[in-house]
Write a protein that binds this ligand. Structure first.
Ligand code: UT7
Length: 325
């Protein structure tokens, strides 16, 4: 038995922040952002809106499209690094918003690889035979942890959510293989220093801007380009596929140049690669499920197609998952 992705959905907040808008608040320019990252604009939550709202909106649409009632969902897994609060979990807030009375669930912190960690986890639940309807959500409100005075980071990220439903399949469709990695020695290159048990919020942590994303962009760029390409290629090779066998490559959207390296190394043509970073920036755990849902909407996926997912992010975390649609 395999775990098939049977339904997909996404939610993007309405508010758009363009590169031109950013030019007015920080010392940057549209040309730099577009050529160095591929980003033209990103979405931001409105006042009072947070990760659980976006995840619930994607979850509601997922239910509507699946035809199932909220009661039928058994597990909700939410990949996020921007939970509404430390506890209860974002999964609990979403479970309540959806009225999914029979579901249990939890949050999973895998940063930009979070959705892949959650998909692998959810797939194992389904493959075990114990669960038959698992909702996997990737959602992040990156704007809540961005320093809009730091041009090195504030231009890169956006807010959004994506969701998929995993169900058992007996016909070969589903998650075929996954290769996931974790290397905590990379922690210091991309992190949020305060707000956890090590450095609880204080006047000092706020004054020192320690509740924001801190990134050594150059260091992360180098290792992300290699790591995402290596793991994508490894997964293809160990399943005896080449780039030509894959219908779509849906990578994490951190930087178009990082995606291009993986695409080149795996031998993908431009038509095979899903790139939407221009519209949304880096939505962390949400990039891949948003990319999957857009591909479904655009009619790019047919039953039996092979799909390769890949990501690299804070931790360091990285990995790739092969799916038969
Ligand atoms: O998803 C999680 C994983 N994260 C990533 O994968 C991100 C990886 N890193 C990157 O994508 C890239 O390193 C960045 C897009 C963050 C930066 O691109 P870069 O080509 O590595 O630029 P850089 O950091 O080396 O900066 C080059 C120059 C610097 O100026 P000087 O020192 O050469 O005078 C920066 O200060 O560009 C400057 N710069 C900017 N200029 C205008 C940095 N940010 C900006 C900006 N606008 N927003």
């Amino acid at each position: 038995m395999k775990a098939a992705v049977t339904t997909t959905a996404r939610y993007l907040p309405e508010k758009i922040l363009t590169n031109k808008d950013l030019e007015k608040i920080v010392n940057t320019n549209d040309e730099w952002i577009r050529t160095r990252t591929g980003i033209s604009e990103r979405r931001l939550v409105s006042d009072g809106q947070a990760t659980a709202d976006m995840g619930s909106a994607a979850g509601r649409l997922l239910l509507e499209r699946s035809g199932y009632s909220a009661d039928e969902i058994e597990v909700i897994i939410v990949a996020t690094v921007t939970p509404d609060m430390m506890f209860p979990s974002t999964a609990a807030l979403i479970q309540h918003n959806l009225g999914a009375r029979n579901a249990w669930g939890f949050d999973l912190s895998g940063a930009c690889t979070g959705f892949l960690y959650a998909l692998e986890t959810g797939a194992k639940f389904v493959e075990s035979g114990k669960y038959s309807k698992v909702m996997v959500i990737g959602a992040d409100t990156m704007s809540s942890i961005l320093n809009f005075k730091d041009r090195n980071t504030c231009v890169l990220f956006g807010d959004g959510a994506g969701a998929v439903l995993l169900e058992p399949s007996e016909d070969g469709r589903g998650v075929l293989d996954a290769k996931l990695h974790l290397d905590g020695s990379g922690g210091k290159f991309l992190y949020m220093p305060a707000g956890g048990s090590l450095k609880p919020a204080s006047h000092e942590t706020v004054e020192n801007n320690e509740h924001f994303v801190h990134q050594d962009g150059k260091a992360v760029f180098k290792i992300a380009s290699k790591g995402m390409a290596d793991v994508s290629l490894e997964l293809l090779e160990r399943n005896n596929f080449t780039g030509q066998d894959i219908k779509l490559f849906i990578p994490h959207q951190a930087n178009k140049r990082i995606i291009d390296v993986s695409a080149r190394r795996c031998g993908f043509t431009a038509e095979q690669v899903v790139i939407n970073i221009g519209k949304y920036g880096n939505t962390t755990a949400a990039t891949i499920p948003i990319g999957i849902d857009e591909s479904v909407e655009n009619g790019k996926l047919e039953q039996g197609d092979l799909l390769l997912l890949a990501a690299f992010g804070a931790g360091y975390t990285w990995g790739s998952i092969l799916v038969k649609w």
